[in-house]
Design a protein around this ligand. Sequence first.
Ligand SMILES: Nc1ncnc2c1ncn2[C@@H]1O[C@H](COP(=O)(O)OP(=O)(O)OP(=O)(O)O)[C@@H](O)[C@H]1O
Ligand SMILES: [Mg+2]
Length: 249
Amino acid sequence: MDKEKGSPILAIKNLSKTFDGVEVLNGISLNVYKGDVIAIIGASGGGKSTLLRCINQLEKPDSGQIVFAGKNINDPGVDINRIRTKMGMVFQQFNLFNNMNVIKNCMYAQMKVLRRSESEAKRRAMDALSKVGMVDHANYNVHALSGGQKQRVAIARALVMNPEIMLFDEPTSALDPKMIGEVLKVMKDLADAGMTMLVVTHEMSFAKNVANKVVFIYNGRIREMGYPKYFFTDPITPEAKEFLQGINH
Ligand SMILES: Nc1ncnc2c1ncn2[C@@H]1O[C@H](COP(=O)(O)OP(=O)(O)OP(=O)(O)O)[C@@H](O)[C@H]1O
Ligand SMILES: [Mg+2]
């Protein structure tokens, strides 16, 4: 199940988080190795987004550790902006800069955060846009794009930073069915190219066919974790069984 022995590039240890006294994550532990593609699945409200948001420090956990590239990212003195460049995050709602065109969206953080020159930023932006099939749209305004195109640009914008891991939070949930496939194809290409990915998704075909590990979250805990082929055909816990039956209906 694990891609590689040795040190995980991301180690989550006993992570807990409450909102207003309500426990949303409860003792989550997960090791992510280079090249892992982990599908995080589970019912609405289970804590999947909160888990990704804690990893990316958009939320502060109450307790537990997140060790990334050998550093506990909650330690004081850790430069979170630097860490975030190494974790590409793709959200359900694209979150592009609407006042910039496509290529500027992919250049901005390179120049601002990584201090790359304009010409280098442009070269790398075009390279990333070609990976997601959006080179022809480099000069388009964001509002002229379809949802699927926006999401592919959002993926390119994360890739230009040379992330060590990509975090996806339901990247296809806001898309029309015909656009879901084009985004999943880009994600599969990334996985095939060896990108380490944590993907919160309701796309069970992606979890089955692309992920090497499935993590099933139930009420803030990892209730079951395993190889997709076993998880989907022979889930162990009653909660996972019920969840899978609900989707198949
Ligand atoms: N900022 C917040 N303040 C208060 N409660 C929150 C906040 N963010 C999330 N929650 C609550 O935490 C719980 C878990 O939410 P979360 O968004 O992580 O679930 P999820 O598994 O991503 O669900 P979905 O599949 O609907 O996206 C929910 O009960 C939610 O209402
Ligand atoms: Mg969510």
